[in-house]
Design a protein around this ligand. Structure first.
Ligand code: GDP
Ligand code: MG
Length: 308
């Protein structure tokens, strides 16, 4: 493939850089929030409940001469059932072929499993330590974390940042840039992801469910977009029908709520970000269905798109 070169004003040729950057770490470390901040768009579902991210979510950031392909991943955890096992496989699989990995941290110290993973990774690619939530975590605590984690001496660089305020993002981007290979861009500079809109809309509904529902239920929820009708006329809305799958009849009642109030609230919360995504008004119709024990059944997981 021919190397694309971008000519700068001085007449010198500046080669473009492009590459893949994995965002990895424990559940709740702030991976999805950082992906969204780096891409400048709400691509990945975020919530205070651990294990919100179930798939590999790519997000692109293209600057003049640099294209970063960030990959958000499910958190590292010991899998307790089939869905979690697939999530872990997805997280590990996302590391294949990346140029840089960022290990995001909002806890005090590594456990043995994490340490082993980090040592293995550091032998293969540059590994950056990223202490997250610097807007929230006291400086003294960040300092301690930096010391404890830094002592692992597997790092190509150490950073602290806040995806909420943007503090520290530029420094991380500059360091990543230096580690990306000189090569042509992979994607159109206008593109932000290669995920399709249906998938992203379903994720936004799932995120709204997480926010509206109690602590237990979210892990039982899967959302599928079943119908997507483009507006027939300029003034029309895009019709999007989605099904919220739960595992038990009793859960169905919880998602629907008294007189349908819960489901209405979920729809009201999901619609604005979906409209931003679609770039126009949306009519969002939600249905709730029971699919017994889907999160433990291989066939259902495959059917729902959880990759092995
Ligand atoms: N204050 C603060 N909260 C954050 C920041 N980044 C993430 N969070 C919160 O931490 C929780 C987990 O974030 P999420 O991105 O879903 O973590 P993930 O599981 O690693 O993807 C959510 O409640 C976020 O709002 C940050 O920079 N500052
Ligand atoms: Mg996440």
């Amino acid at each position: 493939m021919a190397r694309e070169e971008v000519h700068v004003a001085s007449g010198e040729a500046a080669a473009s850089r492009a590459g893949f950057v994995a965002l990895i770490g424990r559940p709740n470390a702030g991976k999805s929030t950082l992906l969204n901040a780096l891409v400048g768009e709400h691509l990945a579902a975020v919530s205070s409940k651990a294990q919100t991210t179930r798939h590999r979510i790519p997000g692109f950031r293209t600057e003049d001469f640099t294209q970063y392909v960030f990959v958000d991943t499910p958190g590292f955890l010991d899998p307790a059932y089939a869905l979690q096992a697939r999530m872990l496989e997805t997280a590990l699989g996302a590391l294949e072929g990346v140029d840089v990995a960022c290990w995001l941290v909002d806890h005090e110290q590594p456990d043995a499993r994490e340490e082993a993973l980090l040592r293995e990774l550091a032998g293969e690619i540059p590994l950056f330590l990223v202490l997250t939530k610097s807007d929230q975590v006291p400086a003294a605590k960040l300092e301690r974390r930096d010391e404890t984690w830094g002592a692992l001496s597997v790092w190509a660089g150490r950073f602290r940042l806040s995806a909420k305020t943007g503090e520290g993002l530029d420094a991380l981007l500059m360091a990543i840039r230096e580690r990306l290979p000189e090569q042509p861009f992979f994607y159109d500079p206008e593109d932000l992801t290669d995920l399709n809109l249906r998938f992203l809309a379903a994720e936004l509904v799932r995120e709204a469910c997480y926010e509206e529902l109690g602590a237990e239920l979210p892990y039982s929820i899967h959302v599928e977009v079943t119908e997507w009708r483009e507006p027939a006329a300029e003034s029309d809305k895009t019709l999007i029908r989605a099904t919220v799958y739960v595992e038990r009849e009793s859960q169905k009642g919880i998602v629907i709520g008294d007189g349908g109030r819960k489901l209405t609230a979920i729809g009201r919360r999901a619609r604005p970000p979906i409209e931003t995504l679609v770039g126009g008004p949306v009519y969002l119709e939600l249905w709730v269905k029971v699919r017994p024990k889907w999160s433990r059944r291989d066939r259902d997981l495959t059917h729902f798109g959880y990759k092995r």
